[in-house]
Design a protein around this ligand. Structure first.
Ligand SMILES: Cc1cc2nc3c(=O)[nH]c(=O)nc-3n(C[C@H](O)[C@H](O)[C@H](O)COP(=O)(O)OP(=O)(O)OC[C@H]3O[C@@H](n4cnc5c(N)ncnc54)[C@H](O)[C@@H]3O)c2cc1C
Length: 403
């Protein structure tokens, strides 16, 4: 395995972080890669669900426990948790460099994957939601999209909550919610002031999935991202929640949603794509040296060499951009729009990089024995899920033309 350490080093990560990068590469090659063929062949993996749930569904509890032990013993379990909450306190740049290593394979590694907005939990919410999510006992999902509100959630959202004494009553339908059926708690955005909408009229509620007013349609929505459906339609039917279910105050829900998306669905798409693009390039270099046509290895054909160079160019450019944006985040810069640039480039360049990877492998590229088509689908999906490439372009254009 060779994640490009030369370009990682040029960001001058401290030696202890480079050591964690080595540890990550070791875990990937010794523990995760040997499981990859079984993962790819399994009818039980799903896209967009927590790593622990995916591992247990595919390999069973023993393998999950084994990997969890490694995660806990090495401290990697708390990689993404801020120092104030018991994490190692690594910079975002360090986290990005480490995550890139883990995303080299299709097999997930168990991290405590806590939505950054959950650290805003107050009072009883800490015991009820934040602590069990950090320990891995409870899982969450994020519910913004609706049948008629995708790219324009602020303008089109219909799900609403009205005050009833000390409680709120939620009514409406959410759609495409990843992991809704498997999560314990839903972070749901609803309209609480139809006049203000995204400017103070949307509120985030923490709703228990087993609230009698919540109905998750069992079947889920089948997509090309995995054999098992993991996106769901969720109905809120006179769903009663207390005032304590509000996260971050009334009217702050849209802002919280943006904060969640900026990190989880934009910036962190960078390392996700980088791991997969680097893997595809490594596979292509090896394949093109061994596969012969018309008396020569593919690697000696200029048409193939240029594809390899295009892949390499995309990887180097994306790595430079992602690491730079992570470093700017570490310096306290507001990177809401720039994180969109990472999402745009990682998914657009990632999909075209994997497309080259599949082409260089010929028929083998289309075989489900290799991870290439799965990686392609994951990255192509990113041009839609979590805010489309067009919407990222729209927001970047707005910033460029602002003055
Ligand atoms: C696998 C998967 C998982 C998902 N998980 C979740 C989840 O966990 N939680 C959640 O809340 N949502 C989730 N989503 C929903 C996802 O975020 C939305 O699908 C996405 O934001 C796009 O919305 P839409 O599908 O309604 O497209 P639309 O808004 O209907 O857009 C359709 C097309 O028109 C383009 N378009 C729209 N407006 C403009 C414009 N002004 N200018 C140019 N082009 C435009 C779009 O880019 C797109 O190409 C998921 C979706 C998928 C497929």
């Amino acid at each position: 395995m060779s994640v490009n350490s030369e370009s990682t080093n040029s960001f001058q990560l401290p030696p202890e972080v480079l050591e964690i990068c080595d540890l990550a590469e070791n875990i990937v090659s010794k523990e995760l890669m040997p499981l990859e063929a079984e993962f790819l062949n399994s009818p039980d993996h799903a896209f967009g669900i927590k790593e622990t749930l995916n591992l247990e569904a595919v390999f069973g509890k023993d393998t999950l426990d084994h990997l969890m032990n490694i995660a806990k013993e090495t401290g990697l379990w708390t990689l993404m948790i801020p120092e104030d909450f018991g994490g190692a306190g690594l910079s975002m740049l360090s986290k990005v460099a480490i995550l890139e290593r883990f995303y080299y394979t299709a097999v997930p590694f168990p991290f405590a994957n806590v939505p950054n907005i959950l650290y805003d939990c107050k009072g009883e919410q800490i015991e009820k939601y934040l602590n069990p999510v950090m320990s891995g006992e409870k899982t969450t999902c994020f519910a913004q999209t609706e049948p008629n509100a995708g790219s324009d959630p602020g303008g089109m959202m219909q799900t609403k909550a009205v005050k009833d004494g000390e409680d709120w009553i939620i009514n409406g339908t959410k759609m495409w919610i990843s992991m809704a059926a498997e999560s314990d708690v839903m972070m749901v955005q609803v309209v609480t002031d139809a006049e203000k909408r995204q400017r103070g009229g949307i509120t985030m509620f923490l709703v228990d999935r087993n609230n009698p007013g919540v109905k998750v349609e069992e079947d889920g929505i089948k997509t090309w991202l995995g054999p098992k459906a993991s996106q769901y339609i969720v109905h809120f039917d006179d769903c009663r929640v207390s005032n304590d279910a509000i996260l971050g105050g009334v009217g702050n829900g849209f802002r919280l949603g943006q904060r969640w998306l900026t990190i989880h669905d934009r910036l962190l798409r960078g390392p996700f794509a980088l791991g997969k693009m680097q893997r595809a390039l490594d596979m292509c270099i090896s394949w093109s040296k061994q596969r012969h046509t018309f008396g020569k290895p593919l690697a000696e054909r200029q048409a193939i060499q240029w594809k390899l160079v295009d892949m390499y160019t995309d990887i180097q450019s994306l790595r430079a951009l992602t690491y730079q944006m992570a470093a700017r985040y570490d310096q306290g810069e507001d990177i809401r729009v720039e994180a969109g640039l990472i999402k745009l480039t990682s998914m657009d360049w990632g999909a075209r990089c994997l497309d080259h990877g599949i082409q260089i492998h010929g028929a083998m590229g289309e075989s489900l024995e290799l991870p290439l088509t799965l990686f392609y689908r994951y990255l192509r999906h990113g041009q839609i899920g979590g805010g489309t490439s067009e919407i990222q372009r729209m927001q970047i254009a707005r910033k460029l033309l602002k003055d």
